[in-house]
Write a protein that binds this ligand. Structure first.
Ligand SMILES: Cc1ncc(C[n+]2csc(CCOP(=O)(O)OP(=O)(O)O)c2C)c(N)n1
Ligand SMILES: [Mg+2]
Length: 317
């Protein structure tokens, strides 16, 4: 299991590094919010979801999409605005949708998908369908009124919604303490009557264990669950660059988080605890590199969308 998760962590890290490297060529004409440093949240949670479960995300969605089983070529192509993108090149980085893998949508509107996740869970409850509806939010999304309305309603109706707060300590340039009074984020969800847990979001095994418990409880009718997972974004809020020189982080903060790299933690555990050989990891990484190179090339060579289709999907049939 950890080896699979490491593969997924490495794949997501490298995909985003490749996006960052090519972004400067100005061929991806959409803003990109990268999750480098936060990969264990996406991987640990999605390991516990089924393909049929619904997943929603926000502006920082690449890792969530890939961890849920999203198609790599379709992700790259979407960023390049190509016809083979998961939204036919209409959406770009912040509007990923792929119902084939249960990825119900991402949106740049902070917290915009939260009530949609609740709505899916309500629909499935009314239809007598099992399944979990999960939504990733940031710490900043906790400042949106609709999140509290959604937590309240999900608890009141005992809906199978998994709220995952990826607490990276910042909304753009403002740290949590500058935005919210000193209290725990998960305490807000607990006050709404949800079952809550908090864990180190850089430890993929811990994330996975807490997610497994939350999902199992929901599948047994245990009502909505809330996970707060602490982590840190390594690069700038939006874009491919490092921005530590801007000085909005505490001195040494980024360096300390880099020391706690989710990939390095998993790799060390694999080698020291599970006696996985270096050769196995090298081979695994090479497979991932080959897959990424092929998917990138396919996306770059994919056709542009046919302009005639541009009014499709704007109106109901
Ligand atoms: C409703 C709304 N308000 C403000 C913004 C501008 N905005 C985009 S991302 C962001 C910060 C979000 O912080 P957080 O939820 O912690 O997510 P993170 O970027 O840290 O992953 C803001 C304020 C927006 N897109 N939507
Ligand atoms: Mg944040």
């Amino acid at each position: 299991m950890l080896l699979q998760q490491y593969r997924s962590l490495y794949r997501i890290r490298r995909v985003e590094e490749v996006i960052a490297a090519h972004y400067r060529e100005q061929q991806m004409r959409c803003p990109v919010h990268l999750s480098i440093g936060q990969e264990a949240v996406a991987v640990g949670v999605c390991t516990q979801l089924h393909r049929e479960d619904a997943l929603f995300s926000g502006h920082r969605a690449h890792a969530h999409y890939l961890a849920k089983g999203g198609d790599l070529q379709a992700l790259f192509a979407e960023l390049y605005g190509k016809a083979t993108g998961c939204c036919s090149g209409r959406g770009g980085s912040m509007h990923l949708i792929d119902l084939a893998v249960g990825f119900w949508g991402a949106t740049p509107i902070v917290a915009g998908t939260v009530p949609l996740a609740v709505g899916v869970a309500l629909a499935w409850q009314l239809q007598g369908r099992s399944g979990v509806s999960a939504v990733f939010i940031g710490d900043g999304a906790m400042e949106e009124g609709v999140v509290h309305e959604s937590l309240n309603y999900a608890a009141q109706q005992q809906l199978a919604v998994l709220f995952i707060c990826e607490n990276n300590g910042y909304a753009v340039y403002t740290r949590l303490a500058g935005r919210q009074p000193p209290r725990q984020i998960h305490a807000l969800a607990a006050a709404h009557g949800l079952t809550v847990a908090v864990a180190d979001g850089n430890d993929v095994e811990l994330v996975s264990q807490h997610s497994a418990a939350a999902v199992a409880a929901m599948r047994q009718g245990g009502g909505p669950q809330f996970l707060e997972l602490t982590t840190h974004r390594w690069l700038e809020h939006c874009g491919p660059d490092d921005d530590d020189h801007l000085g909005y982080r505490q001195p040494g903060e980024l360096a300390a988080w880099r020391e706690r790299c989710p990939l390095a933690l998993a790799a060390e555990r694999l080698q020291v605890r599970d006696a996985v050989s270096e050769a196995t990891l090298v081979q695994l990484r090479q497979q991932v590199e080959d897959e990424i190179a092929a998917a990138l090339e396919a996306a770059q060579n994919a056709p542009e969308p046919d302009g005639c289709e541009r009014l499709e999907h704007l109106y109901g049939e």
